[in-house]
Write a protein of this length. Structure first.
Length: 299
């Protein structure tokens, strides 16, 4: 999930208050101290009081083993109180350098991605940017209305995608590699696949059981898998369908195809990398909205 800390050189100039944060529902975490240091993005440099000096990683070396040299987050301040509340580093830069508090991002399947800080790059997308309002200023939460497999709705009440008594809601997150949904939503997706697309490789006995389909077994059938659509409202309340083609949600690795749609308890829906790689996405804090445009280039 878009986290809110940065791993830095241990020579932090001023130690302030204790800090700890977990990731992935407790699968990993860091602890240390919040300190003052110089932070630069390109030519923009500020003195930030919100740099974390990490003294412990769980599991060990989770965020410092090559090629990783740190972690940084661009979500909301509510997500950065553990227990010390900090302002996010780019928020500092935006305020001190009078830059728009906008971060634009694109991801590729196998060649990393690009962050455009304080700007929107029109060379990276086609058409217009569709904006959807932020519903909760913690993660980049938006109101998902429905999911469709091809033309068929999963027919799950839309509050399953919200932040409720035991669900963390729906949001876009570059720190999640897959398309993560609540178990009830996953079961409905599985049912649609297995009733309407049962003849496709791996649908009945492999993909939804955690297995993968070999290149040989897939053959030329990949284009016959359905497009998955996420239905969201735009700023005027109109329904917009954002598409995720099979080339995205069927992860190709080591000459196999594995399903990048995963059921997970406590989750409404997390639109992770397999979804994001189809769009140029604008994280607009100035207007508390999230923008999507079809990706054409990510260099």
């Amino acid at each position: 999930m878009l986290p809110n800390v940065l791993l830095v050189n241990p020579f932090v100039r001023l130690i302030l208050l204790g800090y700890g944060i977990t990731y992935g529902g407790g699968s990993s975490g860091i602890s240390g101290f919040v300190g003052l240091d110089d932070v630069c993005f390109g030519d923009y440099c500020v003195k930030s009081h919100n740099v974390v000096f990490i003294t412990e990683e769980t599991p060990a070396a989770s965020f410092s083993m090559s090629p990783i040299d740190g972690i940084i987050g661009f979500a909301y301040e509510m997500n950065a109180c553990n227990p010390t509340c900090t302002t996010l580093i780019y928020d500092d830069i935006s305020a001190q350098q009078s830059l728009p508090n906008i971060i634009s991002m694109c991801l590729t399947e196998s060649n990393g991605g690009v962050l455009d800080l304080g700007m929107i790059d029109p060379t990276k997308y086609s058409g217009n940017i569709t904006y959807s309002p932020i519903t909760q200023q913690r993660w980049w939460n938006i109101h998902v209305l429905d999911i469709k497999v091809g033309t068929t709705s999963v027919a799950i009440p839309d509050f399953f995608y919200w932040t409720t008594n035991d669900v963390i809601g729906g949001f876009v997150d570059s720190g999640t590699s897959v398309f993560l949904v609540a178990p009830a939503i996953f079961s409905s997706i599985q049912n649609i696949f297995q009733t309407q697309y049962s003849s496709l490789p791996g649908v009945m006995n492999t993909l939804f059981n955690g297995g993968c389909v070999s290149d040989q077994d897939m053959g030329n059938q990949l284009p016959n898998f359905p497009v998955v659509y996420v239905i969201i409202p735009d700023e005027q309340g109109n329904e917009v369908a954002l598409s995720m083609p099979p080339q995205s949600y069927l992860l190709h690795t080591q000459q196999t195809y594995c399903l990048g749609i995963v059921g997970n308890g406590g989750t409404g829906i997390i639109l992770g990398d397999v979804f994001m790689q189809n769009y140029y996405i604008v994280f607009d804090k100035d207007n508390n909205r999230l923008g999507f445009a079809p990706l054409t280039s990510c260099v």
